[in-house]
Ligand binder design. Structure first.
Ligand SMILES: [Zn+2]
Length: 133
């Protein structure tokens, strides 16, 4: 008998479908406003700069700099109990939006140049950032 709890799995919508398809292909897909060129993340119906609903999907570089970080000592879901503590980073992507991901490496510092990769797990993938090489 397997007593392990399953991790939550995303349910893509028509709006977020390209985002999740990108993750399955190892890409971080960002919406880019077709009217003004403003990037946004997570997927939204309207551009938060010009309110246009015209959008292109662009594969992000997954490069950026650490904006903030924290160590999670309490799991937000029981399926993650065995993984705490783990470090989370908020990264200012080169394209402009911020992305949240796991951290792999020594103690992070704000402003550090990083690069993200998707690491497959049951039911999806985690965006894992590490020091840029
Ligand atoms: Zn716009």
């Amino acid at each position: 008998m397997n007593d392990a709890l399953a991790k939550p799995v995303a349910v893509p919508s028509a709006l977020s479908g390209p985002y999740w398809e990108g993750i399955a292909a190892g890409q971080l897909m960002l919406q880019c406003c077709a009217a003004c060129g403003h990037y946004r993340h997570y997927p939204r119906l309207l551009c938060d700069r010009c309110y246009s609903d015209a959008v292109d999907w662009i594969a992000a570089s997954r490069r950026g700099r650490i904006h903030s970080w924290t160590v999670a000592h309490h799991p937000y879901h029981p399926a993650f109990v065995s993984e705490v503590p783990y470090t989370l980073v908020v990264v200012d992507l080169e394209e402009g939006p911020r992305a949240l991901g796991r951290w792999q490496g020594d103690t992070p510092c704000i402003g550090l140049a990083v690069h993200g990769e998707f690491v497959a797990r049951e039911g999806g993938a985690d965006l894992v950032f590490s020091r840029a090489g």
